[in-house]
Ligand binder design. Structure first.
Ligand SMILES: Nc1ncnc2c1ncn2[C@@H]1O[C@H](COP(=O)(O)OP(=O)(O)OP(=O)(O)O)[C@@H](O)[C@H]1O
Length: 213
């Protein structure tokens, strides 16, 4: 008798999303398991952001189902199981870097073994600890969003264009963070409009093509 295998961290089945009767993607199915990454590729407008927002529970698909660890996704399961890094980083313009991480950690929970200062150091922002978010460059903002994700307890990371605005060390940082997270049993789904970077881990690729109405 074979041992039952664990369900994937996330499985999407027959997902289809349309706006005003115009299909954006689908129906499509995908899964990501503990210990791997899934790269969603596609040109501008192919629907990558839309798909990742559906997976995060920020948009509702017309058809299909998303499960997390075999359970139908609910807002509660998505809030605890998923850490989402989107184009808008969800950080407060008037708060300092340290205040932003403290605020979000208190609100969303955080790993007890990762302090705010460790997170700022990890992403190369120690010198900006007391700088208000609004004064950060685009790449520094992305780094702060990565610091929030690094402290998160969620096993599944959803990263929308994580390499955008980052210099080469920043791209390497994203890859290292994903590699460590995946090696520790987590999983990551990330989007990219070009295959100019990919995490150095077991990675599956899904190619999205803009749907023609
Ligand atoms: N709020 C919106 N209202 C109407 N249409 C939208 C909205 N957001 C996106 N779209 C459309 O949905 C399609 C998919 O957009 P999406 O942002 O998911 O693409 P993408 O693959 O992430 O593109 P990019 O690589 O440029 O970020 C595009 O045709 C876009 O114009």
């Amino acid at each position: 008798m074979t041992a039952p295998s664990n369900p994937p961290l996330l499985r999407a089945t027959d997902l289809r999303f349309a706006r005003n009767d115009q299909i954006v993607f689908g129906p499509l199915s995908l899964a990501v398991e503990s210990g791997e990454a899934l790269l969603i590729e596609g040109e501008n407008g192919a629907g990558k952001t839309t798909l990742i927002r559906v997976l995060a529970g920020l948009l509702k698909a017309q058809n299909g189902q998303v499960t997390l660890n075999g359970l139908v996704a609910t807002p509660m399961l998505q809030a605890t199981g998923i850490s989402y890094l989107g184009h808008l980083p969800g950080l407060k313009a008037d708060l300092q870097c340290i205040e932003n991480l403290e605020h979000l950690g208190a609100l969303q929970g955080h790993r007890s073994d990762r302090t705010v200062m460790q997170a700022l150091k990890r992403v190369g922002l120690l010198a900006y600890t007391f700088t208000p978010f609004r004064q950060l460059s685009a790449g520094q903002r992305k780094r702060l969003a990565l610091a929030r994700m690094w402290r998160s307890q969620a096993p599944l990371w959803l990263l929308d264009e994580p390499y955008a605005n980052l210099d080469l060390p920043g791209i390497e940082l994203v890859n290292q963070l994903i590699a460590e997270h995946v090696a520790a049993g987590g999983a990551a789904i990330l989007t990219s409009h070009g295959a100019y970077a990919a995490p150095p881990v077991r990675t599956r690729t899904l190619h999205l093509q803009a749907a023609t109405a």
